[in-house]
Design a protein around this ligand. Structure first.
Ligand SMILES: Nc1ncnc2c1ncn2[C@@H]1O[C@H](COP(=O)(O)OP(=O)(O)OP(=O)(O)O)[C@@H](O)[C@H]1O
Length: 440
């Protein structure tokens, strides 16, 4: 029997690595029922194959970029907030697949590609799973930096720290556990020493979060670089940690000293950049070689527009300082992504402290956080464009490893030359000790 059917077919075409699907309507007459079913089934299979091929292609592309030393960028879209829903905002940002995000703009949809894309349904565990490899690198002697970026209220603190009562811990507390889990697994092969500093950059001033009150005000913390270009915080207290629990207790103490305030955009807005440095020194018990890794975890304060956040007086001053440092970070990223000969690291303390993570000797991961709502479309587009630029920056990560002989020579130099001098003179010992540690 012959009938007339109208059906939607799928046309697939490829242009220079960019695959698109478009649908076409066609009227087909005189096609038997069984044949139409067969065509539909074939179409379904083609789309399925195309989608999985596209995902694989992106995955392998990201792996190659990673091997080249490119900064990895994850994008996390948070769920719609109650305030956004109450404002009647529509969803304008969505995850297309594991590697792509689409944004509905007034000029039509715009697609961005990242190393991973997480939607509002993704759990803290999902986001952390892909960061575990970097924690291992820090223990192996690499410098690793994980930082969150995004407009105020986009979910940076949720991603890095977690929720207030730690029912959904973020990357920082999970990293503390992961560090000590890995150390525990290797306890028979290596001797480890873990030390940590916790700082905040507030109103362009670095503050040691291990101290509070008047002492915090009087303490001067400065950013220095050792001979290998590695950043360290001179004047900040460095504490040793022997378990994840101990590290977490230090972190809670530091968070209690951090500046937070309610703004129109976020009831608990971070008014400062939080910078945690976890140093892992490991001595190989078989060959005596020593490696030094540093894991930097950074929760940046959010970029914001004063009119939207309702900032006044002190909060306006804070917002200006936050925006100034983020703009300096933007300038560094632009210079690096355009391969300019001069990179303006010195324009802000934030860029100085992140100098070894951006274009330096580090394995770096940035998580760009965005809101799904069309109320925040401009800020979301700015963040995604910014993150796309970060993806083009190449770092040259090298393992900080020295042989048993070099490690012993350093000890000798420390014991016989530097320490006696330090005890005789009333001088700040941090730079000298750092010199000893950075190379003979
Ligand atoms: N993925 C998520 N799932 C559930 N809730 C989230 C998620 N991301 C963010 N939130 C919630 O959204 C609110 C704002 O998030 P958060 O404080 O992390 O933003 P922020 O980017 O750190 O803001 P600021 O820059 O102002 O400090 C919080 O109440 C947080 O719990």
């Amino acid at each position: 029997m012959f009938v007339v059917y109208v059906f939607r077919g799928v046309l697939i075409h490829s242009t220079l690595g960019c695959l698109t699907i478009c649908s076409l309507s066609c009227t087909v007459s005189s096609i038997p029922c069984w044949q139409l079913k067969q065509v539909r089934e074939e179409n379904r299979k083609v789309v399925e194959n195309y989608t999985s091929e596209r995902t694989m292609r992106k995955k392998y592309y990201n792996m190659v970029e990673d091997m080249k030393g490119k900064i990895r960028v994850f994008c996390r879209i948070r769920p719609m907030s109650r305030t956004e829903a109450a404002q009647g905002g529509a969803i304008a940002v969505g995850r297309l697949d594991d590697y792509s995000v689409t944004v509905e703009t007034s000029r039509g949809p715009r697609e961005f590609q990242f190393d991973r894309v997480f939607s509002g349904e993704s759990s803290q565990e999902d986001v952390f799973q892909d960061t575990n490899r970097l924690i291992q690198s820090a223990i192996d002697g690499f410098n690793v930096c994980i930082f969150a970026y995004g407009q105020t209220g986009s979910g940076k603190t949720f991603t890095m720290v977690g929720d207030r009562d730690q029912r959904s811990p973020g990357i920082m507390p999970r990293a503390f556990n992961a560090v000590f889990d890995i150390l525990q697994e290797n306890a028979t092969k290596f001797d480890f020493k873990v030390s940590v500093y916790m700082l905040e950059l507030y109103n362009d001033r670095l503050q040691d979060l291990f101290v509070s009150g008047a002492e915090a005000q009087s303490r001067r913390v400065e950013i220095k670089r050792n001979r290998k270009g590695l950043v360290f915080a001179q004047g900040a207290e460095t504490k040793e940690a022997s378990s994840a629990g101990e590290l977490f207790a230090m972190f809670q103490q530091a968070c209690a000293n951090r500046h937070n305030a309610a703004t129109k955009m976020n009831v608990e807005s971070s008014r400062s950049h939080l910078i945690i440095g976890i140093m892992v020194e490991s001595r190989n018990l078989t060959n005596g070689s020593v490696s030094f890794g540093k894991l930097s975890l950074v929760d940046l304060a959010g970029s914001e527009r004063a009119a939207k956040t309702g900032a006044k007086d002190d909060q306006l001053k804070e917002a200006n300082s936050i925006n100034k440092s983020l703009s300096a970070l933007g300038d560094v990223i632009s210079a690096l992504s355009s391969d300019l000969p001069h990179i303006p690291y010195r324009n802000s303390k934030l860029t100085q402290i992140m100098q070894d993570s951006l274009g330096g000797n580090a394995k770096t991961l940035m998580v760009v956080n965005v809101s799904p709502s069309d109320c925040n479309l401009d800020e979301t587009l700015t963040s995604l464009i910014y993150a796309t630029r970060v993806k083009t920056i190449t770092n040259i990560a090298q393992r900080n490893l020295e042989s048993k002989e070099i490690a012993q020579l350093k000890e000798v130099r420390l014991i016989f030359f530097t320490l006696p001098f330090l005890f005789l003179q009333n001088v700040d010992k941090t730079p000298l000790l750092e010199d000893v540690m950075s190379g003979i």
